[in-house]
Unconditional design. Structure first.
Length: 416
C-alpha cells in the first residue's frame, strides 16, 4: 500500500525585508548616534576654537598693556623722571635709590595685576557670550534633528482622530528615524486594510442577517393575520414573533456596536439638548405605562459628531433608566449642559441598589448584573456597550455612579 506523501511545508518567513538591500558597509550608515556625535562634537570644536581665539587676543592686549614703559627720563643732565602710572617716581631726586627701586617694583606688580584682572573679566564675558550662542545654536539644531519625531507624532495624532489614510512619508537619510517612519507607514497600511475589511464584513453581515429575520417576521405576521387559525397556533406564532423581534434587536445592536467602535469621520454640529428631547419623546409611552416620571432641563450643548449615533446614546440610557426602575413613584432625570468646555449629558434614575464593584460590568456586552435588572424582556444586554462605544468614537467617555438609595447616575462627556 503506497503511502501518501506529506504536503510540502511552507518556507520560513524571512527575518529581513527583501525590498531593502543590505548596505555594503553598515558601519557607514548615517545613524542618529553618528549624526549627533558629529554635530555636538563639531559644535564643541567650533566653540573651543572661538574661545581660544578670543583668549589669545585678550592675552595679547594684556601683554601689550603690561609692556608699556613705567617712566620717562625728561632731563638727562639732572636725571629727572616722570611717570603717569607710577607717581612715586616723579620726585626721584628727593628719594634714595632703594626707595626708587621699590617704587618701580611695586608699580610693575600693580600693572601686571591690573592686566591679569582685565584679562579675567573679559574672558568671563566672552565665555558667557559663547555659552548663550552655544545654547541657542544647540536648541535650534536639536529642533532640526528631532523635527522628524514631531512629524511622526502629528501623523499618529491624525490617525488617532480616525484618518487612517495619512502617511508620514519621511524623506532624508536612511537613519533610525526614517526606519521608524517607514515601519509606522507599513503598520498604518495594514490597519487601513483591516478596518476596510471589517467595514465590508459589517455591511455584508448586515444584509445577510437582516434578510432571513425580515422574511421570518413577514411569514409569521401573515399566519397571525388568518382569523381561522387555531388558538394554539396563534399563541405559538406570537411567541415566535417575539423571539424573532428579539433576534432582530440583537443583530441591530451587534452591527451598531461594530460600527460605533470606529472613529467618526464625518462630523456635523449636533445639539445634545435636541438629542435628549428626541430620546425622551420616544420613551414617554413606555414610561407612562410603567408609572415613571421623566423630568429634567435640557440646555443647549452643541458638539461635533453623528446625530444618529448620539441619539442612540441618549435613547439607550433613557430606556434603561425607565425599564430598570422602581415599581412605584419612580422618576428619571435627563439634563444637558456645558461644563468646563465640554458637553455633558446626565441621566439619573431611581431603581434597585447597584453595588459599586458591579458598575464596570454594566458596560460589557451580554454581562448581566442580576436577573431582575436584565431580564429577557428588557433588552439584549448591549445598550450600555453601544453607548460606551459611540462615546469613545466621538472622543468622549461615559461613566456610571450608584445613587444613594438606589438607581444610577449616567454621565456622558463629549468634547465641543
Amino acid at each position: 500500500m503506497a503511502t501518501t506523501p506529506a504536503p510540502p511545508q511552507a518556507p520560513p518567513k524571512p527575518t529581513w525585508d527583501p525590498r531593502r538591500p543590505e548596505p555594503p558597509f553598515p558601519w557607514l550608515r548615517p545613524t542618529i548616534r553618528i549624526r549627533l556625535t558629529l554635530l555636538y562634537g563639531g559644535m564643541f570644536l567650533i566653540a573651543g576654537i572661538l574661545l581660544l581665539s578670543i583668549i589669545y587676543l585678550l592675552a595679547a592686549q594684556a601683554v601689550n598693556t603690561g609692556n608699556a614703559p613705567l617712566f620717562k627720563i625728561i632731563d638727562g643732565d639732572s636725571i629727572k623722571v616722570t611717570s603717569d602710572s607710577c607717581p612715586a617716581v616723579n620726585n626721584a631726586s628727593n628719594i634714595s635709590l632703594g626707595a626708587f627701586n621699590a617704587a618701580i617694583s611695586e608699580c610693575i606688580d600693580h600693572q601686571r595685576q591690573g592686566a591679569l584682572d582685565n584679562l579675567l573679566s573679559r574672558s568671563l564675558l566672552a565665555l558667557l557670550g559663547l555659552a548663550i550662542i552655544a545654547f541657542a545654536f544647540g536648541y535650534a539644531m536639536a529642533g532640526r534633528v528631532l523635527s522628524p519625531l514631531g512629524r511622526i507624532t502629528r501623523t499618529a495624532r491624525a490617525v488617532a482622530g480616525s484618518d487612517l489614510s495619512r502617511r508620514i512619508e519621511l524623506d532624508g537619510p536612511d537613519d533610525e528615524l526614517k526606519e521608524l517612519a517607514d515601519t509606522f507607514d507599513e503598520m498604518l497600511e495594514r490597519l487601513q486594510r483591516a478596518f476596510t475589511a471589517q467595514q465590508r464584513f459589517v455591511g455584508n453581515a448586515s444584509h445577510e442577517l437582516r434578510t432571513p429575520l425580515a422574511i421570518n417576521r413577514t411569514l409569521l405576521e401573515v399566519h397571525l393575520s388568518d382569523p381561522g387559525a387555531p388558538m394554539e397556533l396563534q399563541q405559538l406564532g406570537k411567541t415566535l414573533l417575539a423571539t424573532n423581534e428579539r433576534s432582530e434587536q440583537l443583530v441591530e445592536g451587534l452591527l451598531l456596536l461594530a460600527r460605533s467602535d470606529n472613529q467618526i469621520v464625518e462630523r456635523k454640529p449636533v445639539d445634545l439638548a435636541e438629542v435628549a428631547e428626541q430620546a425622551v419623546d420616544q420613551v414617554n409611552g413606555e414610561a407612562a405605562a410603567k408609572g415613571v416620571v421623566i423630568r429634567g432641563e435640557q440646555t443647549p450643548a452643541v458638539v461635533q459628531g453623528n446625530g444618529v449615533l448620539l441619539e442612540r446614546i441618549a435613547l439607550n440610557l433613557v430606556q434603561n433608566a425607565v425599564r430598570y426602575n422602581v415599581p412605584e413613584d419612580g422618576w428619571v432625570e435627563v439634563t444637558t449642559e456645558v461644563q468646563h468646555g465640554q458637553a455633558v449629558l446626565i441621566v439619573s434614575n431611581t431603581g434597585p441598589v447597584v453595588p459599586a464593584y458591579e458598575i464596570d460590568n454594566l458596560f460589557e456586552p451580554f454581562r448581566r448584573l442580576r436577573t431582575e435588572r436584565t431580564g429577557s424582556d428588557k433588552g439584549v444586554g448591549l445598550g450600555l456597550s453601544i453607548a460606551r462605544s459611540v462615546a469613545r468614537a466621538h472622543g468622549g467617555h461615559i461613566s456610571a455612579l450608584p445613587r444613594e438609595g438606589g438607581g444610577l447616575v449616567m454621565r456622558v462627556t463629549l468634547p465641543i
